[in-house]
Design a protein around this ligand. Structure first.
Ligand SMILES: *Cc1c(COP(=O)(O)O)cnc(C)c1O
Length: 233
């Protein structure tokens, strides 16, 4: 199969698995949004994903995002930033970003708020939670989130839309599901005292190896890369 046909085939297979996982947990397929992670590939693969109907794309490094945006002007793509964003890259990155998944510190969110306000817009942000507690990971500790919410609610220029996490590295499917359940439970606890300015509607969790477990625990956004590029030579 050529690139376009192979990617169309992979997108269909992934969409079917998403729909099936949603159905199994009594949810509609439309309740789970696919974010196609393009960090491993170039503009040609993004074009093939667009042709297959994908509109939401995820990048984890600023330079790669800037390069893709420059290579694909005027395409109907929405870009999600899913990696750690350094504050000195906010100004150049934010204008391209539909949803920032990795809000991982108050200082970053203050920088995002400042840039968004200067542009007269509101940035949509998820709070990244390091649910597995692994040292190498970015993200807020679960206990850090609640105390932050009042300050974040007052930040003009930023609108919190939900939470994001990754399951522990090298875990089994059951362990991944435990991690995702912990994010869902954290959301439930936070909702009991959540300022009205903050929404915790979205749960961004699940990658190629564990998105079905994430959907079973309530994921509304799954970030899938490698499964979309299988079979390419
Ligand atoms: C790379 C990446 C993904 C996609 O991973 P795959 O296993 O290739 O599906 C999802 N989320 C984040 C934060 C990533 O960095």
């Amino acid at each position: 199969m050529d690139l376009v046909a192979q990617i169309a085939h992979n997108v269909t297979a992934v969409r079917e698995r998403i729909a099936e996982a949603a159905r199994r947990s009594g949810r509609g397929p439309d309740e789970v949004q696919l974010v196609a992670v393009t960090k491993y590939v170039g503009p040609a693969e993004v074009e093939a994903l667009l042709a297959a109907g994908c509109r939401d794309f995820g990048e984890s490094r600023p330079q790669a995002l800037w390069d893709k945006v420059a290579a694909l002007p005027a395409r109907p793509a929405r870009w999600h930033f899913i990696g750690h964003l350094q504050r000195n890259k906010v100004k150049r990155t934010l204008p391209h970003v539909t949803l920032l998944h990795a809000g991982d510190s108050q200082r970053l969110l203050e920088a995002v708020a400042e840039t968004a306000q200067a542009e007269g817009r509101t940035a949509e942000v998820l709070l990244e939670v390091n649910i597995s507690g692994e040292e190498a990971k970015h993200g807020l500790a679960p206990d850090e989130v609640a105390p932050l919410l009042p300050a974040l609610a007052r930040l003009a220029g930023v609108r919190i839309r939900g939470l994001m996490t990754m399951s522990r590295l090298g875990g089994t499917e059951d362990e991944a599901r435990e991690d995702f359940a912990r994010l869902r439970e954290l959301r439930e606890r936070l909702l009991t005292a959540c300022p009205p300015e903050i929404s915790l509607q979205e749960l961004s969790m699940g990658m190629s190896g564990d998105f079905e477990a994430a959907i079973a625990e309530g994921a509304t956004l799954v970030r899938i890369g490698s499964a979309l590029f299988e079979g390419l030579t």
